[in-house]
Design a binder for this molecule. Structure first.
Ligand code: GLY
Length: 370
């Protein structure tokens, strides 16, 4: 992308940092909720799977502006993540990577503070503790071993970098092994012949054999949840980078099918509906966060041209510049349509990955936090 075409990216990042600064005053050392209501986040404690995105945005704002106010608050947040770990507060799920990579691991990477390494490893231990050797996967949710919870989910790919960070810190290969086995089972089980994906996949508890795919946040078991597809588009090349293992030819072919399915199910304006089953005739909400995540996937594969186009679509159709009062950065996401949660609203991961994509476009040598 030429220097000229980076002007809008820089301007949008400046605007995002201003929005974050305004939000910081309102939230203090508390956290915004996972999704907004009428473009305003609720103020909460550090108690959801999404808190790391807020802290991660503060780190990115610090990198973009050099203003230490972002760093100071991010470091306050890090204390909260330490406390949460100590209390094991709402950590019985797989999203430990989403929580601790953009917050505490980012703090370690940005500041070089060696004291944080123990916390990173401790968080990775919580994630590794959810590994089910029978089946070979990290159990996403619920009580370990419960039959109705004996499954992995596609989102988990983005949690794996935390295990590789722990392997790097400790030199202990067990983290890598768990991540590698889980990753291979995600790719083996969750991708359908046509390149679409299941959101979740069950294993037989008695034998560990792959059983069946099912949705959780998509329209139905057979459809393709847009954000799930985007998690795969980013998660697969991300795993290649953090594990240091290039995609095999078979994986490259699978990956091309996944990207092709996503691209082939975008409406003409380029902004996905919340489930890829829908078309312009269905009058359904979009999920801008899926496009922002997919853009980061494109950057991960080195396709900055396509990433730039996707991020431009996010900017043109969903930038909160159009709503100056919005606390969200990227409008028009969907959290969980079936539960009526965050429909046509900003959400923290949409904000985070949009910002990450823009920062990566601007700084090609920057290694993102996940
Ligand atoms: N990881 C949960 C979601 O994407 O909604």
């Amino acid at each position: 992308m030429s220097v000229d075409s980076n002007i809008w990216v820089e301007k949008e990042l400046d605007r995002i940092c201003d929005v974050l600064k305004r939000n910081m005053i309102r939230y203090g050392t508390d956290f915004p909720s996972a999704c907004a209501t009428n473009s305003r986040y609720r103020i909460k404690k550090n108690d959801d799977w999404t808190n790391g995105f807020w802290t991660g945005m503060l780190w990115m704002a610090y990198l973009h502006t050099g203003d230490s106010c972002y760093k100071d608050l991010a470091m306050e947040n890090v204390k909260s993540f330490g406390q949460r770990l100590k209390e094991h507060y709402v950590l019985d799920h797989h999203d430990i990577g989403f929580l601790y990579s953009p917050s505490v691991a980012a703090a370690w990477k940005v500041t070089g503070c060696q004291d944080l390494k123990d916390m990173i490893v401790e968080a990775a231990d919580v994630l590794a503790g959810r590994f089910q050797p029978k089946g070979g996967f990290i159990q996403a949710w619920g009580k370990m071993g419960e039959e109705k919870e004996y499954r992995l989910i596609i989102d988990s790919l983005l949690n794996l970098p935390l295990l590789y960070t722990a392997a790097q810190i400790t030199g202990n290969d067990r983290y890598r092994e768990i991540a590698g086995v889980h990753y291979r089972n995600v790719v083996r089980c969750i991708v359908r012949e046509d390149g679409s994906t299941y959101h979740t996949f069950y294993f037989d508890k008695a034998t560990g054999e792959p059983a069946y795919g099912a949705t959780h946040q998509g329209f139905c078991d057979k459809s393709c949840w847009a954000r799930g597809q985007a998690w795969a588009i980013y998660g697969i090349p991300l795993h290649a980078r953090v594990s240091g293992t290039a995609l095999t030819e078979a994986e490259m072919e699978t990956y091309a099918r996944i990207v092709g399915y996503f691209e082939g199910h975008l409406p003409a304006d380029g902004m996905p509906y919340w489930d890829l089953i829908f078309t312009d005739k269905d009058n359904q909400p979009r999920d801008s966060s899926a496009l922002a995540i997919a853009a980061c996937g494109m950057l991960e594969t080195g396709n900055a041209q396509r990433a730039g186009e996707m991020l431009k679509t996010c900017r043109d159709m969903a930038s909160s510049e159009a709503e100056p009062e919005s606390e969200g950065i990227l409008l028009h996401g969907v959290y969980a349509y079936g539960e009526g949660k965050g429909v046509d609203e900003p959400n923290l991961w949409g904000d985070f990955f949009y910002m990450e994509g823009l920062l990566r476009l601007l700084r090609r040598d920057w290694v993102p936090f996940l």
